[in-house]
Each structure stands twice: as C-alpha cells, then as structure tokens.
Design a protein around this ligand. Structure first.
Ligand code: MN
Ligand code: MN
Length: 289
C-alpha cells in the first residue's frame, strides 16, 4: 500500500491489518508549526504509539480484545515544516486515499497540532463536528495565520459544519460572540455533565466527526500539550460521552490531538493511548460505525 504523503513510523503495539481490511485506520500527523506556547506536538504520534506498549489489549470493562479488532496503521503524514495550510492539504489527500481504498474505514488521527483536524474534515465532510477542548479555537486568524491551531473550529464552521464543544474554559469575547452568531453550542468545563452532552448531541445531524484536543483534560493529567489549562474534565467524563456517541450516532472519523513532549511515557501520552484504546473498543462494542 503506497500513499503519496506518508512514511512508516513506530506502529501501534497491536496486530495490524491492511487498510482494505481494516475498520479503523490510524494515521499520525507530527506537525507543530503554529504552536504558540509549549512545543513538541511533532512527537505526539510516536509518543502515543509508544505508550500503547504499556497497555493491555483487553479492555476490561467492555470485554473487548483489541488484538481481534481490524486495525491498520499507515504511519505518518509527511508534513511541510512550518506550513500548516500545506500540511492540512496533505492530511486531506491522505484520508481521501484511505477512504477510496476502504469507504467503510474510520480514520483515526494522532496529532500533532489541532490545526490538522481541518484536513480530516475536508476529506470526510461530516455534517457535525463534536470537539472536547479547553479552547474555543474560533479565532479568524492567530499570529497572522488563519491555519493556526487557534483557528481550526473557525475554519470548520466556515465549511457549514455544525459544531458542539465540551470542556471549554478559554476564549476571547470575539470568539464567544462568533459562537453566538453562528449558533455554535459550547459547554464550559464547570458546567459539563453527561446529561448536558447528550442533550446537545442528540440534536446534531449525522454523520459526526469527533475530535479530542487532549488539553480538555485537567493539566494535572496532561502537562505535555501546547496550551495546558487548569480546571479540565476527567478521563471518565470523556469516555462516557464517547460510549454514548458511538452507540447512538454515526461517527465517521476521530482524532486525538495536541499530544506533545520529549519524554517517552509522559502522562499526556499515557492518557492519549488509553483514550485511543477506549475509542476503538467502545466503537467495536457499539458496532454502529
Ligand atoms: Mn485546546
Ligand atoms: Mn484545540
């Protein structure tokens, strides 16, 4: 299997299959060209994959054995260093290649900056975008770059995709006003509950793309990320939402973004790897995808 813009990397520590046979196709995006505070998201994909070594492939509470699930890992997108827009193009083209080979496959992005989620949205064209994030990411430009990590939800809104955001605790007045004008629903981390998630998501059109900016979790769990924020959600808050989502809605793509750091086994990578295993296991258990 030859893609235009990918290269082999350290793989997930699970038995893997070809894209044509897979239900989930993992793709790394090691880009951090617009990171504004803590750098190192370029190491996110390898950090997450390496952290899977420490995880049991059996997901206890679901009774799902991940080594029996059809998963492909196509390596990483060859990024254009410092050029977010061109790298978004490559993410889009790579995901288009994946879904051309296997239209039933669910692409799973490991990042890497949140800016790159735009490439997945352009390729998959969901009707709704659900995001767990500390930040609104609704700036029109940031540091003169409309393809900054701080603008990704704004670019996605510009495509006419409905948006709902959870775990938010950072944004500007202008972003809040933009959200109000466009009918973008966001739930503050202080007000987040499972019921609030279901109430909002029940009304969203399908298919849905789910994005997890790892900084939605409390900084104590995920210190290695581009823009850490205190006062975040718990691991089980997010897992419970994913469980409901994959059982009740059609999800056509998923990502875990903004994992960073320079030390293998850092807490952010360990959290992200567990989240990845839970997403795939929950989706298999629901098997609505
Ligand atoms: Mn964020
Ligand atoms: Mn974000």
């Amino acid at each position: 299997m030859e893609f235009l813009y990918t290269y082999e990397d350290f793989k997930l520590d699970l038995p893997l299959v070809n894209v044509e046979d897979a239900r989930y196709v993992v793709l790394g995006v090691p880009f951090d060209g617009t990171t504004s505070y803590r750098s190192g998201a370029r190491f996110g994909p390898i950090l997450i994959r390496q952290a899977t070594i420490n995880l049991e492939s059996y997901v206890l509470d679901y009774g799902i054995e991940l080594s029996e699930v059809l998963i492909a890992d196509v390596g990483n997108v060859s990024i254009v260093s410092g050029n977010s827009e061109r790298t978004v193009d490559r993410v889009k083209e790579t995901i288009e290649e994946i879904i051309t080979l296997n239209p039933q496959a669910v692409p799973v992005l490991l990042g890497g900056e949140h800016s790159q989620t735009l490439g997945a949205i352009r390729a998959l064209k969901p009707k709704s975008y659900i995001v767990f994030d500390a930040h609104l990411d609704l700036r029109d430009t940031y540091e003169e770059n409309p393809y900054s990590h701080a603008c990704v939800a704004r670019r996605i809104a510009g495509l006419g995709v409905r948006e709902a955001m959870f775990g938010i605790r950072s944004g500007t007045r202008e972003e809040v006003e933009f959200a109000r004008e466009k009918g973008i629903v966001w739930i503050h981390a202080r007000d987040y509950s499972f019921d609030s998630f279901v109430e909002v998501v029940e009304l969203l059109p399908e298919p849905i793309y789910l994005s997890i900016d790892i900084d939605v979790f409390d900084v104590s769990m995920v210190p290695d990320t581009g823009t850490p924020e205190a006062g975040g959600l718990s691991f089980w808050d997010v897992i419970s939402a994913i469980e409901w989502l994959v059982e009740n809605k059609k999800v056509i793509g998923f990502d875990i973004m903004e994992v960073a750091g320079e030390r293998l086994g850092n807490p952010t990578a360990v959290t992200a790897a567990k989240l990845l295993f839970y997403f795939i296991a929950a989706a298999e258990k629901g098997r609505k995808l």
